[in-house]
Design a protein. Structure first.
Length: 228
């Protein structure tokens, strides 16, 4: 495994290793201890990444913000994505996957526009009243609740680089080995506690308690994690 990938060997290919996202975030904070009390910034990918990031940030005494990115989903399956779009318009489509579907350009454009509106709404709700992201010369720790294909995370990283970021690390509780390896080439390091292999992979399988995070809960958790 690449030296840029930091995992916990005892958790490789295991399932049900985290109680919930909060527990996963606290475990990640132990792996990220070197960044504690520094000028690093923890950036959550909404919505599932927010509880993980808030728990990590609290343990490390680091500020938490969001990098709003969303997968572009199929019209017939809102859980499956064929691309991702970021807050700044950075767009990546899975051309190999699209080639195996009959989606028209018109439908793709409709899905992208729907995702753009979703991102705009989330930026307004999750970053209301805040200044634009200041990536500066600080380390950015980009957090999600897991990596399946890695598409959403890749677009998040690309968008942050476009904003001027020069030091990015990825921190996720669980991830498919292929996605983790691919992403490691584009960042300083990937911290992934539970790396798994195999054809069948679901982020939820790493958690004892798993449920979707809606925007109301995401806003509440993020506000609780920010200083008054």
């Amino acid at each position: 495994m690449s030296t840029k990938i930091i995992d916990l060997p005892e958790l490789r290919d295991c399932v049900r290793v985290f109680q919930d996202r909060g527990h996963a975030g606290r475990l990640l904070s132990q792996m990220l201890a070197a960044y504690g009390h520094s000028d690093a910034l923890v950036l959550a990918i909404p919505a599932g990444g927010i509880p993980v990031a808030v728990a990590t940030g609290k343990c490390l005494n680091l500020p938490v913000d969001v990098v709003v990115v969303s997968k572009i989903t199929f019209p017939w399956n809102t859980e499956a994505g064929y691309g991702a779009l970021a807050f700044d318009g950075t767009l990546r489509l899975n051309d190999a996957l699209l080639a195996r579907t009959d989606l028209s350009e018109k439908q793709i454009a409709k899905d992208v526009e729907q995702t753009r509106r979703k991102i705009e709404r989330r930026v307004n709700r999750l970053r209301h009243g805040l200044e634009p992201l200041d990536v500066g010369e600080r380390t950015l720790i980009v957090v999600d609740d897991g990596l399946a294909s890695g598409f959403t995370m890749r677009v998040a990283v690309e968008a942050l680089v476009q904003q001027g970021a020069t030091s990015i690390v990825i921190a996720v509780p669980t991830g498919h080995a292929g996605a983790v390896t691919d992403l490691a080439a584009s960042v300083q390091a990937v911290y992934c506690a539970n790396v798994r292999m195999g054809w069948s992979f679901a982020v939820a399988d790493a958690y004892e308690h798993w449920s979707d995070i809606d925007e109301e809960e995401a806003v509440r958790v993020l506000q609780d994690g920010r200083p008054a």
